[in-house]
Every structure is written in C-alpha cells, then in structure tokens.
Design a protein around this ligand. Structure first.
Ligand SMILES: [Zn+2]
Length: 533
C-alpha cells in the first residue's frame, strides 16, 4: 500500500485568498483535499458537504499551488554543492584562493577540493589558471567550477588525475585552453570538463540519493514541491528511483534525460526506455535536455548589433539536431539550452523539421532554456509553435551590464514580451548556478516582477509584470513547460494536493513569506517550525 492510499485525511482550506492559477476559475473561496488530491473547489459553503472535514483557516493568508522550480540541477550539481567551497560574492583572486586555503586547512585529506561560483575575467570576474592554484601549496587536486558549470579551472595535479596533457585533443564540443606552447592552462570549457566532473561527482547510488534527499528537503521551506531537473544521467535516475521506491523523495521530480556527463548531448540508452510523460506524479520523465550553445564567453551564441556594429560569439554546437530528431521520432519531447539569440533560429528550424519525424498525435511543444537574448520575430515564432521558455530572474543581476550595451536586433531578458506574445513562461532557479542562492521563488518573483538587478534598481522597465503573474510562472507556467498541466500547477479538482500558504500581501515592495507547505496533502513545512517528512 502506498502512502497515498493510507493518507485519506479530508481538509478544507478557507478564510483567505485563493490563487487557483486557473484562468477558468478565479473566484474560489475554498479548496478541499483528500489524501494527495484536490477533490473540490468552490465557495465557502462547499465545506457543508463534507461533515468530517478538518478546516484549515487561512486567516487572511493566501493559498496557491506548490511552486515548481522548472530548472534545478538537483542531481547533477545542487546535491553536491553543500560539500563545496561556496564562492558566491568573492570577486578577487586573494579572496578565492584564501577561501580555498581555509577549506583545505579545516578539511584535511587527500581528495578533491571543489569550489563553485567563480567567474572568469571575460564574464566580469577574474582569470585563474593552474599555476595560481599550484602556488598556494595545496598538494591535492583542486577544481573551481564557474558559476554556469560551463567552464572550470583545475590545478596541475587535477589535470594529471584527469589525464589531460599537451597531446590531449579537444573533445567534441569542448575546449582545453592552452598557452602559446600548447600546454593546458588548467582552464577547461564545456565538454572538456567531463573527466574532472566524473572524478569529483562520482558517488554510490545510496550516497547520491542521500545528498539529493537532503537538498530536496530544503526546497520545501521555499514552498517548492516539484522540480524539473534539466540533465539527469542514467546513473542519477537510479538515485532518484532509489528514493522513489522507498517513498523518500521529498519533492516531485521531472527527470530530463541527458547524456552520461552533464553537457554531453548524447542521451544514449535513455531513448530506448520509457518516454516523456512516463512515471507518476512523484517521479516522471520529462523532455530530453540538449544543448545548442554554451554559456561561457567563448561558447554562448550571441549575434548582436550594438551601435551599428555586429558582434558574434559562440554557436559551436552542431550535434543537437540529430538528437532532437531521433528523440522526437521515439516519442520524447525535447528541451534545448538556447542561451543566446544566434542559435534560436536554428533551434526553432529544428523543432519545425522534427514534426516530420513525430509519431501521430504527438505534440512537440518546443521548450527553450535561459533565452537571455531573443528577437521579437523569434518570440513570435516560438509563440506560434506553442512553445515554452524556462527563465531565471536571477540573471537580472547581470542586467546592468546588458543595459549599458543596448542591442539593436534583439532584447535582453524580455520576460513580459515573451508572456504577452503567448509563449508559456516557466520560472526557475538554475540551482546552484548563477550569481546567488536563487532557490526562493518569492525572491525570484520580486526580482522578475520589478525587473530589479538585485540592487533594487529597475532595469528594462518595459518588462515589468505584476507579482502575481510571476507566481503563475512558478506554478502553472512551469507545469505546462513540464507537460504536467494534467497533474499540478493549478488548484483544480483532480490535481495533486501540493500547496503553499503565503503570509503577507502579494507586494514586491514588502513580499510575503512561505508560511506552510503541503506535499501530497501533508504539512511538510511550517514557518520557523519545520515538520519532519
Ligand atoms: Zn542550468
């Protein structure tokens, strides 16, 4: 017997604001759940139909569906992040190397030291190479992962352990940066990181599952009850299944099939197994995740006209088309990392072409990740194709730089334009990537709705949207982008009883807090008083 059938408690939530996220039903006063399902929704009187119901008085608070983080690297990076040296906010060489030294002193041993959250010089941070890391005298392999995961730097011992030397060729879609003599500098870009990733993030299934579970429990305090994991290796899927089989998965997970190492476009045996949509509301297979461009200054595919001058970068991923067609032919939806505008046309062309290969009645539902720069015509095209985007409001932290170089042929982070054009917008954290701990959807909704760059300054004021619209992006928008609209994202009869109660007004100037989180109809988080799951 599963917990769902054991848990038949009948609860009615009433006495506050109900945000159904359902455009067909904006006026509900009461939501009734039994076990893990919403069984009724309507006016205050519907409680009378359920004599045994337990009433949760919202007392002026706001009830809405549990948040869905539509881009959270839970299994590939986020679960390991607590064991790494956190470099968020450290901007000088001295600070970064100091944090590394301190960590080594406090955590003696021989194994890898991993630091995360560094930015290279071209990305507004500082350049580091193997010699900088060698100089501080740590006789252990060291890996600094750039905040986008698309670039790393390792020390000489790390290169040696990864088997990277002067004769090592660049892998497909990867660059081993070299000095003028052809010797690796320690900087590894995109797929060139595979070997160091495999060495530093290789755990037993059981340990991996524990790390995932610990990080996932934290999400409940942010009101997040489901995530999309954009890059699940077959091995990580085993860790998820390990938790699922023991009813130990704290949040629902949409696994997006991916190659054996993150950034490797070949999903391999994933395509021979269960297809997009398989599974249940706790663990489901989502769209296959592939990359059309990268996210480093060398690999992000921008094609910009700035003050009349054309500037191009990146656009080196040619391997995504064949995989998109193959996945579609086999009944998988596909989601493409399309960070810059230069790849977007090629990606939309490929989705168009993929229709030829799709099984009968199959809805392709194109999905793009990040879309930091996109043109009006690309937005219209995506809307016509019934497409979705998963966006990260924390990228507004960089918006001040963007706004200084106005692009004439496309727009930076045009969130309102995307929504108003009819593209389905899903919001997300990219945890643990980016510029900050971006897991809190309410913080994201504040940044996104005010188009604030993190310092409280509004950039791109024409893209401001109401706070509530951003809550929709984190619920119904994300559900649709994950093909989960039949199960979550709205307060609607028959959908899962994953709920959040917010305390405080829905005002970005003075935002509310998550007061309670319900997962499968059970209270799993209460503000300042966590409940065991
Ligand atoms: Zn990501």
């Amino acid at each position: 017997m599963t917990s769902d059938t054991k848990n038949k408690r009948l609860i009615a939530f009433t006495g506050g604001q109900i945000l159904t996220m359902d455009p067909q039903n904006n006026n509900a006063e009461t939501v009734v759940i039994r076990g893990n399902r919403i069984i009724d929704i309507g006016d205050a009187e519907i409680c009378n139909q359920y004599p045994d119901v337990d009433i949760v008085n919202l007392d002026g608070r706001t009830l809405l569906p549990g948040f869905i983080d539509s881009h959270n690297h839970l299994s590939s990076f986020a679960c390991f992040f607590p064991n790494w040296v956190n470099l968020f906010g450290l901007m000088t060489k001295e600070e970064i190397l100091g944090a590394l030294k301190k960590h080594a002193q406090m955590n003696p041993g021989n194994g890898w030291i991993v630091e995360f959250g560094w930015f290279d010089g071209k990305s507004g941070g500082i350049d580091l190479n193997r010699f900088d890391l060698d100089e501080i005298g740590i006789v252990r392999p060291v890996l600094l992962i750039q905040a986008t995961f698309h670039m790393s730097v390792t020390n000489s011992l790390g290169l040696e352990m990864a088997g990277i030397d002067s004769p090592t060729p660049n892998p497909q879609c990867g660059i081993i940066i070299r000095d003028s003599d052809g010797n690796p500098t320690g900087v590894l870009i995109e797929n060139a990181q595979s070997s160091v990733f495999n060495l530093t993030m290789n755990t037993e299934i059981r340990e991996h599952a524990e790390l995932i579970r610990a990080r996932a429990i934290e999400l409940l305090s942010f009101g997040i009850t489901a995530i999309h994991d954009p890059g699940v290796t077959l091995k990580a899927a085993e860790a998820y299944r390990f938790l699922y089989n023991r009813e130990n998965l704290p949040v629902s997970v949409l696994m997006m099939p991916h190659g054996a190492t993150i950034l490797d476009n070949d999903p391999g045996m994933w395509l021979e197994g269960p297809k997009t949509g398989s599974g249940d509301e706790h663990l489901r297979i989502g769209p296959v995740k592939i990359f059309a461009d990268g996210a480093t200054p060398e690999t992000v595919a921008y094609d910009m006209v700035i003050r009349g001058q054309t500037m191009k970068s990146g656009s080196f991923r040619d391997d995504f088309r064949g995989i998109l067609y193959d996945a579609t032919r086999k009944g998988f939806r596909v989601c493409v990392h399309s960070f810059g505008n230069a790849t977007t046309d090629a990606v939309l062309d490929a989705f168009e072409e993929a229709k030829k290969y799709a099984p009968p009645e199959f809805e392709i539902r194109p999905r793009l990740e990040h879309v930091t720069l996109i043109s009006d015509s690309q937005i219209r095209r995506l809307a016509v194709m019934g497409g979705c985007v998963s966006i990260q409001p924390q990228f507004l932290m960089r918006a001040t730089n963007f706004s200084r170089a106005p692009v004439e042929n496309a727009k930076w982070l045009p969130y309102a334009d995307l929504f108003k054009s009819g593209v389905c917008v899903a919001a997300s954290s990219d945890d643990p990537g980016g510029f900050m701990d971006a897991r809190d959807p309410l913080k994201g909704a504040v940044m996104g709705s005010t188009m604030s760059n993190g310092d409280g300054n509004t950039v791109f004021p024409d893209q401001v949207l109401p706070f509530q619209r951003w809550l929709w992006f984190y619920t119904a928008g994300s559900a649709y982008a994950g093909g989960q609209e039949h199960e979550r994202g709205m307060l609607k009869k028959g959908l899962v009883a994953d709920l959040v109660i917010l305390k405080g007004a829905l005002d970005p100037e003075n935002p509310p807090v998550v007061d309670e989180t319900y997962k499968d109809g059970r209270l799993v988080f209460k503000h300042q008083n966590e409940v065991n799951v």
